[in-house]
Design a protein around this ligand. Structure first.
Ligand code: ADE
Ligand code: ZN
Length: 326
């Protein structure tokens, strides 16, 4: 019990969080009501987000996001998200921000959204001691041309606050390599790279992410476990996996935490980190993730603290920020 209390109270580092996907249902409901948008079809009787499977989840996600319109809406969202994360013990968070939802790929509009988000984040940092950094994200099912627009937004705003570029969305569409131009542009502007791979795609998708996009982190990556030579490549190249166990279980990849490959990946030497992905959609928090891992695998405070440290080492921020957070 005391062990679990200490684990619950550990300072946590989150590397894989979708900004809109972290929106509390109440926040989206209020925003929808204020704008006269009917979103009743995306909530269940208890007021939680409701969806059938991954593809439907992406649709519900986009419906919820559709009520977030102005930079001020995103500033309010940022405050709600950071309050929620700080409550779960998160001290450093990297969040996926999509130009697709913030101005539609227009660089001037994107700058205004970022300015508003960053102001809210600075305020939250002072009040709650949580540091936020942004990873600009393209959305795979919006296609390679739209991804280039997102990469241009990323390149134009790269710096000490926008630290990375990534890709989410439907991994079933096309190949990682279709997005090489966008990732090349982002890398050349000094951004660190990550992409969703090995979540709904198998080991081949992870291999393509490494070979064609040259990412140093992989969102999920858990299905690499289906090819142990690939797992060893991941270890040899020092690639970090952003593992989101609760998300994987809720979306049906694994039946329970005990069946999740995170422990095997870690034992084989992979740099494994833990995140929530879209916490209210998956009924989770960073505190829940740490506690569920402790219960399922018998991991103690030392192991979970090691995971938090590994996460901070793999963070895309500069060394001064890392030292300040540690
Ligand atoms: N966008 C938000 N959550 C996602 C996930 N788990 N996979 C891919 N794209 C996403
Ligand atoms: Zn994700």
């Amino acid at each position: 019990e005391e062990q679990l209390d200490r684990i619950a109270n550990l300072p946590k580092v989150e590397l894989h969080l979708h900004h809109e996907g972290a929106a509390p249902p109440d926040f989206i409901r209020q925003m929808a009501a204020a704008k006269g948008v009917n979103l009743s079809h995306i909530f269940d009787a208890e007021g939680r987000y409701k969806y059938r499977d991954f593809t439907h989840f992406l649709q519900v996600y986009e419906a919820a996001t559709s009520v977030l319109k102005t930079p001020e809406d995103f500033a309010k969202l940022t405050t709600a998200v950071l309050e929620q994360s700080a409550e779960a013990g998160v001290v450093y968070s990297e969040t996926f921000l999509s130009p697709d939802f913030c101005g539609g790929g227009d660089v001037g509009a994107w700058r205004e959204y970022l300015h508003a988000i960053r102001e809210a984040a600075t305020d939250a940092e002072q009040r709650l001691g949580i540091t936020l950094r942004g990873v600009v994200t393209c959305i795979r099912h919006f296609g390679p041309e739209q991804a280039k627009r997102s990469a241009l937004c990323a390149a134009e705003t790269a710096g000490d606050w926008i630290v990375g570029f990534g890709m989410g969305g439907d991994e079933g569409r096309g190949h990682q390599g279709d997005f090489a131009y966008a990732f090349d542009m982002a890398r050349e502007s000094g951004l660190h790279l990550t992409t969703h791979a090995g979540e709904f795609g198998g080991p081949a998708s992870v291999r393509e992410a490494i070979q064609d996009l040259h990412v140093t982190r992989i969102g999920h990556g858990v299905r690499a476990i289906e090819d142990l030579r690939l797992v060893d490549n991941i270890v040899d190249q020092g690639i970090t996996l952003e593992v989101c166990p609760g998300s994987n279980i809720r979306l049906g990849l694994y039946s329970t935490m005990r069946h999740h490959p995170i422990a095997k990946l870690r034992e084989r030497g992979v740099k494994v980190t833990v995140s929530t992905d879209d916490p209210p959609f998956f009924g989770t928090t960073m505190k829940d993730e740490y506690l569920n891992l402790a219960r399922a695998f018998g991991w103690d405070e030392e192991v979970l603290n090691d995971i938090a440290r590994t996460s901070l080492e793999a963070a895309f921020c500069d060394a001064a920020t890392r030292d300040r957070v540690a």
